[in-house]
Design a protein around this ligand. Structure first.
Ligand code: DON
Length: 312
């Protein structure tokens, strides 16, 4: 790994140049308009942040502007559920790539209501069901967990995004009811969806998100607090599923071009884990046809290429 990673000033310059470059790219893609509140976000923003396992946070552009983390929140829910129910979880959700869009329903019928992985919507809804049945106040537990990870007490769900998704959540409701018919949802569907929308509506900045996920680059131990957030085995497993499924049916291309465990969200962010180094977060709202941010993809691809970060 190049020396630049150890020198915050040089890294800051590199991040700034990538943000500048991204901001000059031709306009490509569109904001997520199937959730109306996300369509209202200014699309001409881009942020980039790196949090290292030795405690540094380096960033550029709009890295301190909060955005809707959407599917990236599925990582937080998964860690909480893994910590609560252990390997039982893998009986109800598998660890295979789906090769389908994140909100696809077709596979779920063939595969008897067992989602392919915890990062497609169906899988995250099963994880949400586990949290809804194992926590007396799962929404509060999630927010406290994320605040503890980010070291910041001012992280909140965005109520407008939550309501917007709840009002337009027919596809997620269809997934949940289909799984309920296969007995893979225990709680009331409306309660599970309510938690799921709350989780997706969390609003965070690139810097906060990078710090909060840095335990994944550090064998499950949070570098700031020294606290064990999950076991080393579970950190490895989460990174493995991020590598194969975190970018949905663009995961193969992402592994090929970037080579890092990663997760995207339709709010326009992409997080990428660099094992034993840190976490990169890039954000820009316009998405490609896979639901992955065009400019975040550009920034992370060039950062990984420039620094030779691929784990392969
Ligand atoms: O359930 C949904 O469709 C959204 N709340 C989350 C989808 C998402 O972020 C997919 N990511 N690229």
């Amino acid at each position: 790994m190049e020396g630049i990673l150890k020198q915050p000033q040089n890294l800051a310059k590199l991040l700034q140049s990538l943000v500048d470059e991204a901001s000059k790219l031709p306009v490509e893609g569109d904001v997520a308009n199937y959730i109306p509140a996300l369509a209202a976000v200014n699309p001409d923003q881009q942020g980039l942040a790196v949090a290292t396992i030795d405690g540094q946070v380096v960033s550029a552009g709009d890295a301190t502007v909060p955005f809707s983390i959407q599917s990236v929140s599925k990582i937080f829910g998964l860690v909480m559920a893994m910590n609560r129910v252990g390997d039982q979880l893998w009986k109800r959700v598998h660890m295979e790539p789906s090769g389908q869009p994140f909100n696809s329903i077709v596979q779920l019928e063939w595969e008897h209501g067992i989602p392919r992985n915890p990062f497609i919507n169906a899988g995250a809804i099963v994880v949400s069901d586990i949290l809804a049945t194992h926590y007396s106040a799962c929404k509060t537990a999630l927010v406290s967990f994320v605040r503890q990870l980010a070291g910041c007490e001012t992280i909140y769900p965005d109520h407008e995004v939550y309501l917007s998704e709840k009002l337009h959540g027919n596809r997620n409701a269809a997934l949940a009811y289909l799984m309920k018919s296969f007995n893979n949802i225990e709680a009331e569907v409306q309660d599970v969806l309510d938690y799921y929308f709350h989780q997706c509506s969390l609003s965070m900045t690139c810097e906060q998100l990078a710090v909060s996920l840095s335990f994944l680059a550090n064998r499950g131990v949070h570098p700031h607090s020294g606290q064990s957030i999950c076991t080393r085995r579970d950190a490895h497993r989460i990174n493995a599923i991020l590598s194969t499924s975190g970018m949905y049916d663009q995961s193969g291309e992402f592994a090929f071009t970037v080579g890092l465990p990663a997760k995207s969200g339709v709010g326009g962010s992409i997080i990428a884990v660099v094992p034993n180094y840190g976490v990169i977060v890039a954000w820009s709202p316009r998405l490609n046809s896979f639901g992955n941010s065009c400019r975040a993809m550009h920034m992370i691809t060039h950062l990984a290429e420039r620094l030779g970060l691929s784990v392969y």
